[in-house]
Ligand binder design. Structure first.
Ligand SMILES: [Fe+2]
Length: 574
């Protein structure tokens, strides 16, 4: 349904199109020209501030001579009929707002020009306490707006006519009790929040005594903009799957970090967020006629009944961070017969959500709550203190795998899965044979982070050992070697790629509850949960297979979705 007054704008606001569709030749909405440029009497640049320690952060300079704009919404999701409060900081006297329902054919649903600009004051530690900006712009969510991800483009106009653009975004849920589609897409807002480094800190780095450090911030505010690239990316932004094989004796490197630094994007843009992860999946789903209702991980936390009535819930991309309550909602859904398709990877950390949803907490170690509520400690799910194995919800756990083709971890792996159970229904129609590989170049679905479980081989077939809580019903369908952290020195130093994610025993002792810290496996699996079924791709890069037309990835995705949307749980199908 097209909302009244909506204007179709082609593939203008993003990078990806569905498999088989030509990529947009002219992603006109991406302002390439706003990479630093000097104009007479006016400086246009990103609000990047150099920070001691050879790093930098995205943070308002608040200099009236420098054109900058940033914004965030009060909440991550809204229901039709509610009002979005949009907080914007800009040094421009006026700015424009455009809101699109993003996807295969982005649809402009709302705009306002000549909005009076407000220079906001921002606390130094806004990443932890929030920006606290005032004078919000109120945007009513029209009851005709379909559930979806809505991209807010903020465009500031400088006195010489130059413009700069930044983004905010929010999910529109279906109206309570209304189910337009059989599938619910859960947008991975908790993992995006963990990687969002706007203001200089996230769950991997922070600013201590004025220096950028690799010490994570245990508290992260959702009351701040998203890092540049989390919501919108230009065509050509490097992707994990495009990293070439490591040449013999060459030093591992990360091309996307170089690109991000060169073009003024967050170095974490390929780690999490709508633009990199959910959007390519959504474009494929829309092109192939799969209707989706949208929720966020935070909706699972605060609205435990939000998945009721759906046949299938999808999580896609990178979903490393979950709260206890979010897991409860997924497990309750499958217990009652819902099916879950997880086209995602890297299930590791427990988080807590505080301040009514405004703050995300992940200490990673030494959580003060460990003394009073040890099971709610924000450490890996697989640690003894929490004792809620990651594998019990989706079948696999991040600590069973972690990295493929990242830095020094399997840098010459082909990036695809080897098939071990070709007769399983997920492979129907693919002509699969034992030993086939799928998902390799150009898609390289296994590049970056993956999940697995402890396993053994019998008669040429992999079986879970269940020592890590892997469910009895878990079937391992395909596998590839993975590395949890590369401990051997390379080029005179320990690479442990990425070094920021490999904890030292001294700092993060809880990690070392887990045996065999070095080698693991990526796995694709299916399990029974309650009276529902759970498919798990076990990798963050599944959508690359869809976007690049991998025949087997596409067929598996169709098989999973077509089976899962037809009925309520396994009991109705077998
Ligand atoms: Fe991750």
């Amino acid at each position: 349904m097209q909302p009244a007054g909506a204007i179709a704008v082609g593939t203008a606001v993003g990078e990806h199109t569905a498999a088989g569709q030509p990529a947009s030749a002219d992603p006109v909405q991406v302002a390439e020209g706003d990479v630093e440029q000097m104009l007479e009497g006016e400086t246009i640049k990103h609000a990047w501030v150099d920070v001691a320690g050879a790093e930098r952060r995205e943070f308002p300079l608040n200099d009236p001579k420098i054109l900058e704009i940033a914004g965030y919404t009060e909440w991550l999701s809204y229901e039709p009929g509610e009002s979005v409060r949009l907080f914007v900081h800009t040094t421009a006297p006026t700015y424009d707002i455009e809101i699109f329902r993003d996807g295969l054919k982005p649809l402009k649903v709302w705009s306002q020009t000549g909005v009076r600009g407000v220079r906001q004051q921002t606390p130094e530690n806004a990443y932890a306490v929030g920006c606290g900006w005032g004078a919000p712009v109120e945007v009513p969510v029209d009851t005709a707006w379909p559930s979806g991800f809505y991209l807010v483009i903020l465009r500031a106009l400088g006195p010489t006519g130059a413009t700069i653009e930044r983004e905010a975004g929010f999910v529109v849920r279906p109206r309570k009790g209304e189910r337009k589609n059989r599938i619910a897409l859960v947008v991975t807002t908790a993992t995006a929040a963990a990687y969002n480094d706007w203001g200089g800190a996230n769950s991997y780095r922070s600013i201590v005594d004025g220096r950028s450090t690799l010490i994570h911030s245990p508290k992260l505010s959702l009351q701040r903009p998203w890092g540049r690239g989390f919501l919108r990316l230009p065509a050509g932004a490097p992707r994990h799957c495009d990293t070439p094989d490591l040449e013999p004796f060459a030093a591992p490197y990360y091309p996307y970090v170089d690109w991000a630094l060169a073009h003024g994007y967050s170095r974490h843009y390929p780690d999490a967020g709508w633009a990199y992860y959910e959007r390519p999946f959504v474009c494929w789903a829309e092109h192939n006629g799969y209707g989706l209702d949208y929720f966020t991980q935070h909706d699972l936390h605060f609205r435990p009944d939000c998945l009721d009535g759906y046949a299938c819930a999808i999580v896609t991309g990178h979903d490393e961070y979950w709260s206890w309550e979010m897991r409860d909602t997924i497990e309750d859904f499958t217990r009652k017969g819902g099916n879950v398709a997880r086209f995602g990877g890297n299930f590791i950390w427990q988080i807590r959500i505080e301040d009514g949803g405004r703050t995300q907490v992940c200490y990673k170690a030494h959580d003060p709550m460990s003394a009073t509520s040890p099971r709610r400690s924000t450490v890996p799910w697989d640690t003894k203190i929490v004792n809620r194995p990651g594998a019990t919800t989706f079948g696999l756990t991040g600590l069973g795998g972690i990295y493929v083709r990242t830095g020094a971890t399997t840098p010459r792996a082909p990036g695809g899965y080897t098939i071990y159970r070709p007769d399983h229904w997920v492979f129907d129609g693919t002509d699969a044979y034992y030993g086939d590989m799928f998902g390799a170049a150009p898609a390289r679905i296994l590049a970056f982070e993956v999940d697995g479980v402890d396993y053994t081989f019998r008669n040429g077939l992999p079986y879970p050992t269940h020592v890590d809580g892997a469910p009895e019903s878990l079937e391992i369908l395909a596998m590839a070697p993975a590395v949890r952290g590369e401990p051997r020195p390379r080029h005179g130093r320990m690479v442990m790629a990425p070094i920021t994610e490999m904890p030292s025993k001294e700092n993060w002792p809880m990690f070392y509850d887990i045996p065999n810290i070095e080698y693991g496996a990526a796995m694709m699996s299916v399990m029974i949960a309650g009276i529902g079924e759970v498919f798990n791709s076990g990798c963050c890069g599944w959508m690359e297979g869809l976007a690049r037309g991998d025949r087997v990835v596409t067929a598996i995705t169709r098989n999973v979705l077509d089976r899962f949307v037809q009925g309520r749980g396994r009991g109705n199908k077998e």
